[in-house]
Design a protein around this ligand. Structure first.
Ligand SMILES: Cc1cc2nc3c(=O)[nH]c(=O)nc-3n(C[C@H](O)[C@H](O)[C@H](O)COP(=O)(O)OP(=O)(O)OC[C@H]3O[C@@H](n4cnc5c(N)ncnc54)[C@H](O)[C@@H]3O)c2cc1C
Length: 302
């Protein structure tokens, strides 16, 4: 049976992937988006800070974006998962979970990352609603409330020192992950941040809201929202399959790319959270634009 052959396949059909596909489709190239439908911010009720779309649900924004990309006659989408990628005939072959395979001359990996929340009961069911990671995405909505920072190590100091711009009631829950130095204590005090060093046993309240953090001695620190900075891992092993090199980012591994979003494997581009240190929808989308244009130019000028 003849295999479908595309100029480019974009794996991941969210902020980064659809942005890449848009550029390729507008360059009249045959582009397929393969998307498993699990964008990282699907847990949040609203997406903030994406210009022109502020406050809409992530699903509604992506629905609009998908429809706009698919309006171009050379763009296609499959709701599927790419399970394996390998070089083939000067391009690449992708195996799909539904069976079969597709071939492409260029690949764009826009597969995102997965958050590894601290192992504390109650965090998972509140993620994206009252347990948050990014004050720029969700700080405004909880401003003035009682805010906690659940530390994951010394890097949580940054979180704790920032948050007083959103509320004067901020508690750093160190949870045994680090012990602030005298200088760090002074810096926290100067910003009005309290330090709680007892261990956190669970999150209290009716999910997805919360009323506080229950400590291991039974006391409760009353809170309206908790910020934490999870480690992340790749949502897909495709970059590893292809032999792409990685760098260690502040939250976890990221696919190494140059300024044009080319990975270390010729013909493979990477965009979005999987290939950058700082994460938000706008940056992911901008990366996707760059990856899509780079992939197109490598086809046109080959
Ligand atoms: C709770 C939460 C709330 C957030 N809120 C905001 C906000 O308000 N504003 C903001 O700017 N940013 C926000 N972010 C950050 C934002 O979600 C990410 O920066 C953004 O989703 C990254 O886009 P991406 O396209 O790189 O990856 P993703 O959006 O994660 O999309 C990756 C896509 O690839 C698919 N995929 C993965 N592997 C495969 C495969 N093998 N085959 C097929 N498909 C695959 C996935 O299913 C998914 O659809 C939030 C993050 C979280 C965790």
């Amino acid at each position: 049976m003849p295999r479908d052959n595309y100029d480019a396949v974009v794996v991941g059909g969210s902020w980064a992937g659809l942005s890449a596909a848009m550029q390729l489709a507008r360059a009249r190239r045959r582009v397929l988006v393969v998307d498993a439908g699990r964008p990282r911010n699907r847990f949040a009720h609203a997406s903030h800070g994406f210009l022109g779309q502020d406050g809409r649900t992530p699903a509604a924004i992506l629905d609009t974006a998908r429809a706009q990309v698919l309006a171009y006659p050379t763009a296609e989408l499959r709701n599927d998962e790419a399970t394996r990628a390998e070089p083939c005939d000067g391009g690449f072959r992708l195996a799909l979970a539904s069976g079969g395979a597709v071939d492409a001359r260029r690949l764009v990996l826009a597969t995102g990352v997965v958050d590894e929340l601290p192992d504390i009961p109650g965090l998972r069911e509140r993620w994206g609603v009252s347990v948050l990671h990014c004050p720029y995405c969700h700080g405004y909505e909880v401003a003035g409330g009682r805010l906690g920072v659940l530390a994951v190590g010394e890097r949580s100091l940054h979180h704790a020192l920032l948050l007083p711009d959103w509320s004067s009631d901020v508690t750093l829950l160190t949870n045994g992950t680090f012990e602030p130095s005298a200088d760090q204590r002074d810096a926290l005090a100067a910003r009005g941040v309290r330090i709680e060093s007892r261990l956190v046993a669970a999150v209290a309240g009716e999910a997805p809201a919360l009323t506080g953090a229950r400590l291991d001695d039974g006391d409760v620190v009353a809170l309206d929202a908790i910020f934490t900075a999870p480690r992340t891992h790749m949502a897909s092993p495709l970059a590893q399959h292809l032999g792409c090199e990685f760098d260690e980012g502040p939250f976890g591994p990221m696919i190494r790319t140059d300024e044009r979003k080319a990975s270390t494997v010729p013909g493979v581009y990477a965009a979005g959270d999987a290939a950058r240190a700082a994460h938000n929808a706008t940056w992911a989308s901008a990366d996707g634009v760059m990856a899509g244009i780079s992939a197109h130019q490598s086809l046109a000028l080959a």
